[in-house]
Design a protein around this ligand. Sequence first.
Ligand code: GLA
Length: 640
Amino acid sequence: MTRLWYGGDYNPDQWDESVWKEDADLMRQAGVNLVTVGVFSWSSLEPSPGVYEFGWLDRVLDRLYDAGVSVDLATPTASPPPWFSRLHPEALPVTADGVRLTHGSRDTYCACAPGYRSAAVGIARALAERYHDHPALAMWHVHNEYGTTCYCSLAAERFRSWLLERYGSLERLNAAWTTAFWSQGYSDWQDVQPPRRTQYLVNPTQYLDYRRFWSDELLAAYREQKAELRALSSLPITTNYVFGGWVPVNHAQWAAEVDVVAIDHYPGRTDLGAEEQTAFGADLARSWAGGNPWLLMEQAAGALNDGQRLHPKEPGRMARNSLSHIARGSTGSLFFQWRASRGGAEMYHSALVPHAGPSSRIFREVVALGAALPSLAEVADAAVVADVAILWDVECWWAMQGTHLPSSSLDYLAAVQDAHRHFWRAGVTVDFAGPSADLSSYQTVVVPSLYLVSDEAAASLAAYVEGGGQLVVGYFSGIVDPDVQVRLGGYPGAFRELLGVRVEEFHPLPADGEVELSSGGRGRLWSEDVEAVSAEVVDRYVGGVLDGKPAITRRQVGEGTAWYVSTAIDFETAAGIYDLSPSPVETVRRRAGDTTWTFYFNHGDAQVDVPTDGVELISGARVDGSLLVPGGGYAVVRSP
Ligand code: GLA
């Protein structure tokens, strides 16, 4: 049976058993069919070393099973109990400044500490042994949001082994890290350290390698737990991805190790930007999943936090954002958390059952969404249709987080988000793709600020153009190789020949500066002294030292076209390149066989009449030629 998952993190160990019965009743009322249990329950499950208390969890799982709610059983390893930190002080994490953290929050462990790793495997094994055949179980959830970094001496040792594996010798490491600069040449492995706080600018390659190393190390920790679960259970195993600049995880690479890609998504914006971020996060998740279905493991039922304060989600937004994820391939909509906590660090985080209880707007909306979702289940396996891909490479992001760049305004994530936003504003769905992905199915591929690129990835992009594709390469691309070393002879090194341009000098703009373009558009952040060697000039800089010089170029390559855009362009300029026009209605198409499902999201205030035929799934109404989508509303139409 195809179904969409609906529910979220359920933390019954925070509540008296008398509340559990109401939980089960309310879950049934809301149509909840999956809850993540035990994700932060280590101290409830193993209150002292080797002493397990499974009785409460037995009763919780039995009750959920009786209520028809499936369980995504989590290993609680993102928050070891206080006794663990007392017995393993060496496993407490150390910051880049050398400060050893103490117990008192979550994620207070170093994943390189052998004591932590064996304790994590131990509790995972104990859970697998006890629950592998419990009938409520639908899925395993390893850990929570892998993403911590530590700079302790145990991490340093692991880092050295990783470097030895990567480079084979100190000689090769010295070459890759350009250690001749500032007398950093290593003659003994013991001298190689994590990029801890230092006097001045950090070595860019050391910095990037530390991120690469942590991704591999955390993946190894995930794999150890997965092996314990797999030994006793054939159910899907996953972990919930968290996305953020601090996260040293290569999610695309990890995707090979999870049975279903699962993400948590909390927009940092609260206005229309939150809608765009929702689309961005979901499109990224789909790319990690290789276009296959994935799962929204967490989002907020209510208020969003912009870092300053909570902003309540206005009526309808929870359902609209849920559908936005489902439109883009999520096989459900799950939340943190089921019932708002009475105390603890996140007591004011919204929940499906708020502090006010079920007699509340949020819970009424939760019930309404739960009632609507089954009618959408038929889309679950259909493929999302996109003709445009935007390149995303986490290693490039990490490299651009170094302290060595020619402008502090250069921001990889922002550049990728800008590109995504241009299409989103025109209501066009895009995929993200990794740098070496097969791009042949796309009409257009956009490459924003791909600062770091391998020879293979550059060759694959060239092959895409030669095969007839339209490639649009953004400013500050192709500059360095995977060792963060400049490709000499003129920027944008790796793409110089393909684009037919040569850049001798960067001209970074002030953070709030703009530059005029001859087309009437404007550039921000960045400009370059571009020479069009074998490319046609499409747009030019106006005024300043670059007056009259090429800003945007185009080169015909075989059947394809390669564009270079040397500044951060506005929507109007992008619209000219991609032939876009702004639309308040975002359209996402899914297809399976001869059937197409179209999701419409109206982000404007006024109702919009969209031309379409078929059946609207939520209302069940027939649509003949035209469908009115109210302002802020959405619709899903199945067409033959
Ligand atoms: C993350 C975590 C949850 C919770 C939420 C709050 O996604 O996984 O445990 O802390 O953030 O936004």
